[in-house]
Ligand binder design. Structure first.
Ligand code: ADP
Ligand code: MG
Length: 140
């Protein structure tokens, strides 16, 4: 498997509790390199665009409100098999189902306020990275 890039967000519940460094340590321990990183307070428009795939889900309004409630940290992670590796380090969407040692098991508050986002495919990673980063902001 070649070196890949994936898109990550440290969500408002985590930035609010000062967990950016603790979460980044999990990525780095897993061999993921943080090659782009920026703190941003998303606009409603940005959050709605980012989560457009979930627009019909009952939790969409709540999800958008949450994502704009506090600043987030948007990131590009790079490494061997980065998309799957990141999903593994994150753990299951619902922290109650997440494996020991994962970010969501250790830090998430609920299925909604679950501390991190990670792309689910290489194709979506590319689209998501392009929403928040220009190529010169990513330094591998
Ligand atoms: P993941 O972030 O693991 O890829 P999804 O893409 O299914 O999960 O959902 C996107 C985000 O929407 C989740 O990370 C979570 O913040 C929120 N979410 C998902 N399911 C629910 C739910 N049942 N109730 C509230 N929020 C949810
Ligand atoms: Mg998802």
């Amino acid at each position: 498997m070649a070196i890949q890039r994936t898109f990550s967000i440290i969500k408002p519940d985590a930035t609010k509790r000062n967990l950016t460094g603790a979460i980044n340590a999990k990525f780095e321990e897993a061999g993921l390199r943080i090659v782009g990183q920026r703190r941003v307070h998303m606009t409603r428009e940005q959050a709605e665009k980012f989560y457009a795939v979930h627009a019909e889900r009952p939790f969409f309004g709540e999800l958008v409100d949450f994502m704009i409630s506090e600043p987030v940290v948007v990131q590009v992670l790079e490494g061997e098999n980065a998309v799957a590796k990141n999903r593994e380090v994150m753990g299951a969407t619902n922290p109650a189902d997440a494996d020991e040692g994962t970010i969501r098991k250790e830090f998430a508050l609920s299925i909604g306020e679950n501390s991190v986002h990670g792309s689910d495919s290489e194709e979506n990673a590319k689209i998501e990275i392009e929403q928040f980063f220009t190529e010169d902001q990513i330094v591998g």
